[in-house]
Design a protein around this ligand. Structure first.
Ligand code: NAD
Length: 705
């Protein structure tokens, strides 16, 4: 027996303990250990019952992620079949968060108990997989087909109480888990309860009709846009309803195999690892310690400042919020209260929590109040002179060991940092709107940002439960640069050539984006990009046409939803976009002005390619300039901050999947048609010519860093 699975005799009972820190992943060694243990226990007639438990903070929280795609023997199925066919009762005791294969292990045991705080979940669909180790066949036998589909589609864990109600577990244990579980097992032995294999039970199929399945899949489609895995899960559960256990298991195996090799699962697994890779920052040693952040100052109570304050309050960190005038402060605080109260109305937090969070944000008109803050986040207007003035003041006011951060989207962080007189203390914290909801946080490393400050910023991102991606300083950093210099510029250009906002949005949404570029622009306000371009003076540096339609709309006051018209027309009090003939007239006029040849129809394929490929090309430049450490960081940025379809893995993964030589050839072709833009990025050319990929580039770089 290996050391991570141990067995202890307690009179006629055997206690089998898995001890594989940190989360007791069911790796090949654990599976082998369990198999060997059960072989030994089967041969020992003195053992009348077995209890399986895990040491440490949780029951098995899933399979070993390093085995994804190639599970070495022994298989889960072999192990679970062995446990299920054990001739004496097998009880499992759950605590912490049992996930995926951990739950499937529990399903294969004869009896299940859990402590009150335990949670059980099958999150496989988030990786484009199905619970493929018997989960789709055993779960319906315990909870019924309907509840099984609901649990698998939700992909979220349920509490022990709910699990008991469903019949997923047999008992909730209050107090000490192990002694109580052993007592349960003793009782099972004493009452001669015997083994109770899940496979021998019938499936309760009540309510699992085509109508229910269709509705459930429609619900899942909203959360898992473009994914096929929900349908695969429904097919596997249908097999459990219709077929004997072994046939159902075979069917599940076929579906699981298919899902494992699907493009969707590869993309989602890529993102799973990519999101974990972001906190590995080249040149930042493990010995750099983050500073404690307990008191935060936020400057500006507008859209972003308010959202940032709520994000900190949600994380249990007190905020001092500074505004420039009493009425603006009051308005900001009122909006903050409304945001927190809406979380309460939706049942996400209790009344007490809401009150506590509202109480943890204190308003002020005096910058000097930030003298005791550990971290100060500036979120005032996007105005370089204003930001510089504030950082000059902060340089004087802030504690010597405070972290100074700016939420600027487009301005030069280094210029702002220098103004403070202590640029080593300055970092960018680029939140996305709404800041308390969006998972993405770009952490901007200035030319002089000290390692300790960067480490602290990364720790702050984690505390806020965000995906913090470290980026370097350039116009728009990584995400907005790809959007403004690629995606939106080209979408705007397509309008000049004769596409309509409706067509572009339809094509991009059917590609899988949450929202097309023009619906998004109308929602965010067409003045946002316009003002940024004006402030930075970027137009003078770029050949025309450059965001001509958007900027003309902004000049005309057609700001989008907030003004009732933009790329679309809106009825009062309604956010439904309606096509606007004025926009067609405007694009015709601008096309004449800039000498752009209009076409009567632009194929949908071309629209998709011309919006998505600039992301890849600009992404390659960003990579080569070292603005981000990895291509996969750009995938994380675009899937968590910009609605790029997760099932396509992000723009750089999508490029690899398409093949870089194809992507490169298209970009060369487009460059020959549009000489000012589309010049292929040198890195893209090199990788394409070498028949390589961004993933390979990341791998080589990871070894070097
Ligand atoms: N809106 C977005 O989607 C978004 C996203 C990311 C980053 N940003 C950046 O965040 C910053 C703020 O943007 P926003 O959309 O919240 O703007 P906003 O206009 O909604 O809010 C800015 C706030 O700053 C306040 N302010 C101005 N001068 C001040 C001073 N001297 N002291 C204290 N408060 C002052 C204003 O009164 C206003 O309430 C900008 O740098 C912007 O580029 C915005």
């Amino acid at each position: 027996m290996n050391s991570i699975v141990s067995v202890e005799r307690r009179a006629a009972l055997a206690l089998v303990t898995i001890d594989n820190p940190p989360v007791n992943a069911l790796s090949a060694r654990v599976r082998a250990g369990l198999l060997e243990t059960f072989a030994g226990l089967t041969a020992d007639p003195g053992v009348q019952g077995v209890l399986i438990a895990c040491r440490g903070r949780t029951f098995a929280a899933g399979a070993d992620i390093s085995e994804f795609g190639a599970v070495p023997p022994p298989t889960f199925r072999e192990l679970f079949a062995t446990i299920e066919s054990f001739p004496r009762p097998v009880l499992v005791a759950l605590h912490g968060t049992a996930l995926g294969a951990g739950v499937e292990l529990a399903l294969a045991c004869h009896y299940r108990c859990a402590n009150r705080d335990a949670r059980l979940g099958l999150p496989e669909l988030t990786l484009g997989l199905i619970p493929g180790a018997g989960g789709t066949q055993r779960l319906p036998r315990l909870v019924g087909a309907k509840a099984a589909l609901e649990m698998i589609l939700s992909a979220a864990p349920i509490g022990a109480g709910a699990a008991l109600e469903l019949g997923l577990i047999d008992r909730v244990i209050e107090g000490d888990l192990l002694p109580a579980a052993l007592a349960c097992l003793e009782e099972l032995v004493a009452t001669r309860a015997g083994p109770r294999p899940t496979r021998a039970r019938a499936v309760d199929a009540r309510g699992f009709d085509p109508d229910f399945v269709t509705k459930s899949l429609a619900g899942a489609a909203k959360r898992m846009r473009g994914q096929e895995a929900p349908r695969w899960a429904a097919d596997a559960i249908s097999a459990a309803v219709q077929l004997p256990f072994d046939d159902g298991l075979r069917k599940e195996g076929e579906i699981a195999h298919h899902s494992e090799f699907s493009a969707e699962s590869k993309a989602l697994r890529h993102l799973f690892f990519a999101e974990r890779a972001v906190s590995r920052v080249p040149g930042l040693g493990d010995n750099v310690v983050a500073r404690p952040i307990n008191r935060v100052g936020v400057i500006g109570a507008g859209t972003m400042g308010g959202g940032i304050a709520v994000a900190f309050a949600d994380a249990g960190i007190g905020v001092q919020l500074v505004e420039s005038a009493p009425e603006l402060l009051e308005r900001g605080l009122a909006r903050i209260r409304a945001t927190i109260e809406s979380s309460m109305t939706r049942g996400r937090i209790t009344r007490e929590q809401a009150q506590e969070r509202i109480g943890s944000i204190e308003g002020s008109l005096d910058l000097e109040r930030l003298a005791s803050a550990d971290l100060i986040v500036e979120a005032v207007f996007e105005d370089l002179a204003l930001k510089k003035r504030i950082f000059r003041d902060l340089g004087r006011i802030a504690r010597r060991d405070a972290v100074l951060a700016s939420n600027t989207s487009t301005l030069d962080l280094n210029e702002i940092a220098d103004e403070s007189g202590r640029p080593q203390d300055v970092v960018g914290l680029h939140f996305f709107s709404p800041a308390n909801v969006m998972r993405l946080l770009e952490i901007v490393r200035g030319a002089k940002t000290a390692p300790e400050i960067l480490t602290t910023a990364i720790a702050v991102g984690k505390k806020l439960r965000k995906v913090g991606v470290v980026v370097g300083v350039c116009y728009g950093f990584a995400g907005n640069r790809m959007m403004m210099e690629g995606y939106l510029r080209e979408a705007d250009q397509l309008l000049l050539e004769g596409a309509t906002p409706e067509q572009v949005d339809r094509v991009i949404e059917s590609f899988g984006f949450a929202m097309g570029p023009f619906v998004m622009s109308d929602m965010a306000g067409n003045d946002v990009g316009f003002k940024a371009r004006e402030t930075v003076g970027i137009r003078a540096q770029r050949p025309a046409p450059y965001h001509e339609v958007t900027d003309e709309l902004a000049r005309l006051g057609k700001l989008g939803q907030k003004s009732g018209s933009g790329f679309y027309r809106y009825e009062a009090g309604d956010r439904t976009p309606h096509p606007d003939p004025d926009v067609t007239a405007l694009t015709e006029r601008l096309a004449r002005k800039f000498g752009v040849q209009r076409r009567s129809a632009i194929p949908d394929d071309e629209v998709a390619l011309r919006c998505v490929y600039p992301l890849i090309n600009e992404g390659a430049r960003i990579l080569e300039e070292g603005i981000v450490a990895r291509a996969s960081d750009l995938d994380v940025i675009w899937t968590t901050g910009y609605g790029f379809p997760r099932f396509r893995g992000g723009p750089m993964f999508y490029a690899d999947a398409t093949g870089l030589s194809d992507v490169y050839a298209q970009i060369v072709r487009l460059h020959s048609l549009h000489e000012h833009y589309w010049e292929p990025a040198p890195l893209l050319r090199r990788l394409a010519e070498q028949n390589s990929s961004f993933a390979a580039w990341d791998a080589v770089k990871a070894k070097r860093d």
